[in-house]
Design a protein around this ligand. Structure first.
Ligand SMILES: [Cu+2]
Length: 217
């Protein structure tokens, strides 16, 4: 399974080698306080050790994804989407931890024919008649995103009989906790499907439904 480099948990910074370097630095600080005279050579050597430690972190293997979600299995969320002006589509999306991301269960009605992309957007604000208040797409990761990636992508809804659409799928990388949590963000359903040649927003057209992702306690 591909894991983004940003998925590395902070625990990496506490590897034995780095803890050793930190202890050395603390010892050095005590020594300098005691002597009131710094040893340039020692300070330089410890600084180099610190740099080497940081470089080593870049080569730490990506951890098992279970560590990322550990302690948060109880987090669930729901978004209730209402139609934007001139549209009728509405529905509910349930979110639950799964693997390194989230499983979504989406049920919609009054969907127009065809395929409709839906994404997480930056702002939890669906107040504008066209849902423009939800802002641009929300990136599940904060750095090093491949340029061909459609951000915040939850997939597509296909209208079935009588305007009903259901989808159940895993969304790797979409988190319900942490610095890039999707809680409080908006989900927007679009008039068209994703165009993979049109990143980062997928060129999916008008916003036909919008709702905010809220935790369920
Ligand atoms: Cu979108």
């Amino acid at each position: 399974m591909w894991l983004h480099p940003d998925d590395r948990p902070n625990e990496d910074a506490h590897s034995p080698a780095c803890l050793g370097a930190a202890r050395e630095r603390q010892r050095d600080a005590r020594w300098r306080r005691g002597r009131a005279v710094g040893s340039g050579v020692l300070v330089l050597a410890l600084a180099l050790l610190g740099i080497a430690c940081d470089q080593d972190l870049d080569q730490v293997p990506v951890p098992d994804s279970g560590a990322i979600n550990a302690g948060k299995p109880e987090v669930r969320a729901r978004a209730i989407l209402s139609p934007t002006k001139g549209n009728e589509a509405s529905g509910t999306i349930d979110f639950e931890w799964e693997g390194d991301g989230t499983r979504i269960e989406a049920s919609f009605e009054h969907m127009p024919p065809g395929v409709h992309a839906f994404h997480v957007h930056e702002l939890g604000d669906c107040s504008a008649p066209d849902a423009s208040s939800a802002g641009p797409h929300f990136a599940f990761y904060d750095t090093k995103i491949p340029p061909d990636r459609i951000l915040g992508n939850l997939g597509e809804l296909r209208e079935g009989e009588d305007g009903v659409a259901h989808v159940s799928r895993a969304v790797p990388g979409a988190r319900l906790a942490g610095a890039r949590s999707i809680l409080g963000k908006a989900v927007v359903v679009h008039a068209k499907g994703n165009d993979p040649d049109d990143p980062p927003d997928g060129g999916a057209g008008a916003r036909i439904a919008c709702g905010v992702i809220e935790a369920i306690h």
